[in-house]
Design a protein around this ligand. Structure first.
Ligand SMILES: [Fe+2]
Length: 273
């Protein structure tokens, strides 16, 4: 059983069933028809690149379970939101992941603090990386999808300006590695927060982003950030207590986040795989 731990102001995902929608292989179809878009998100894979990471020996099997679920669900889009390997920026582990990805499901890869954007670009290419800056938007029809790049542990000013100038036409969902909120006062918030999380959150509030999907904290949370909803997605590698001030691992099972975006708004839940 997966053990969830979160502060009082955190709400876990409801168990509501996802709306059943068309699941075509091209998410661009939905921008023409106005149908809902189905997205799966996985994050913080930390795929080991060699025998020296014995404690990460379970990770490839967990990632395969996640990708098998994605193949069965056939979403319009898969988003992998950073921290792909251990050790950091490990090219063989990136190449292993690239070989496992469902070929017919469009996939976005964005960098976390343990990734090299240059390596991701070389391995996954422009279709999955968007551009070499790793920040951009795409149209989903009634919503835009925005990707930001926080691999330096902060959100650069130019990306906050991008939110103000480019994310203005319609509501948007945002994918970034780091949460733009401390979430709790636990280990990750104390040791590895987004350095300018307050400024980042303010920039998001001043844009048309309604929902932020992130990882990095290796746990689950749903936070009302007074202007946008923050959805924290767990890792298939290890889970970290949100409450303990020191690093404290928790029992877990790998999960995939399901997101449905349509005329009704944004709905999301986690599926244990
Ligand atoms: Fe991270």
């Amino acid at each position: 059983m997966r053990t969830l731990s979160a502060p009082d102001r955190t709400r876990h995902c409801s168990k509501e069933a996802l709306m059943k929608t068309h699941s075509g292989t091209s998410w661009k179809i939905n921008s023409r028809t106005g149908q809902a878009t189905r997205v799966c998100q996985i994050t913080d894979l930390h795929i080991p690149g060699g025998d020296q990471q014995a404690s990460f020996g379970h990770v490839k099997a967990h990632v395969m379970r996640q990708l098998d679920y994605v193949r069965r669900e056939r979403p319009d889009l898969l988003v992998i939101s950073g921290d792909l390997t251990i050790p950091d920026a490990c090219r063989p582990a990136c190449e292993w992941l690239c070989d496992q990805l469902p070929a017919k499901i469009p996939t976005i890869v964005l960098p976390g603090n343990h990734d090299s954007p240059a390596t991701l670009w070389e391995v996954f290419g422009p279709d999955r990386c968007g551009n070499q800056r790793f920040y951009y938007k795409r149209n989903l029809g009634e919503y835009d999808l925005v990707v930001l790049n926080t691999h330096t542990d902060h959100l650069p000013r130019e990306q906050m300006d991008f939110l103000q100038t480019a994310v203005t036409e319609r509501p948007a969902v945002l994918f970034m590695h780091h949460p733009p909120d401390l979430i709790s006062d636990g280990f990750m918030a104390r040791q590895q927060p987004l350095a300018n999380h307050q400024q980042a959150a303010q920039a998001i509030r001043q844009s048309r982003v309604t929902d932020v999907f992130c990882g990095h904290y290796h746990n689950t949370a749903e936070i009302d950030c007074n202007g946008f909803q923050l959805h924290l997605t767990p890792s298939p590698a290890f889970q970290v207590s949100l409450l303990a001030h020191e690093f404290e691992p928790e029992a877990f099972e790998p999960c995939v986040r399901n997101i449905v975006i349509g005329p009704f708004g944004v709905r999301t839940s986690l599926a244990t795989v």
